[in-house]
Write a protein of this length. Structure first.
Length: 167
């Protein structure tokens, strides 16, 4: 078996539209991240959620640097990651829509620690934000899970090829 160690890198960057098209073929779970950095509740739908470590419990997600929620996540110490179930398409669409009050008409409450938590999520994880790394036009956020709550079982909400799907 031959191992190639010095592969040449492409001299031109991959087209952003082609990159997005490729990732539309990758099904991803849907989550909503909420926080409050002292300016009121803020939240966003993400499909970049990943488990990084069980010990300690760490997760990551990315947020566009131009997203209205980024200044809130940049300044917050904590956030809540909500794993959405099959019946949460409307919540996912609401928190993916810019220029609206995403919490208007959404059922939510505050945890004793102050973070906004959405009612009815399949699970939620309260995190302390440990790292924020610039990554291209986005920021990678790494959080340590401090608390979690599971709801009843059910199928997940998935995002694939530009639309939401359920199993």
């Amino acid at each position: 078996m031959t191992v190639i160690t010095n592969r040449p890198f492409p001299s031109t960057p991959v087209d952003a539209a082609l990159f997005r098209q490729a990732f539309r073929r990758h099904a991803a779970g849907v989550a909503v991240v909420t926080t409050d950095a002292g300016r009121g509740p803020a939240g966003v739908t993400v499909t970049s959620l990943a488990s990084l470590s069980a010990t300690p419990p760490l997760l990551s997600f990315s947020v566009s640097a131009s997203a209205s929620v980024w200044p809130h996540l940049r300044d917050a110490d904590t956030a809540v990651v909500h794993l959405l179930g099959a019946d949460h398409t409307e919540v996912a669409q609401t928190f993916a829509t810019s220029g609206i009050d995403r919490f208007a008409g959404t059922r939510w409450r505050r945890l004793p620690t102050g973070e906004p938590v959405l009612d009815g999520a399949a699970a939620w994880l309260r995190i302390s934000i440990e790292h924020r790394h610039p990554a291209g036009g986005s920021h990678l956020v790494i959080g340590r899970v401090e608390e979690t709550e599971l709801a009843g079982s059910g199928g997940p909400l998935l995002y694939h090829d530009g639309t939401y799907h359920v199993l």
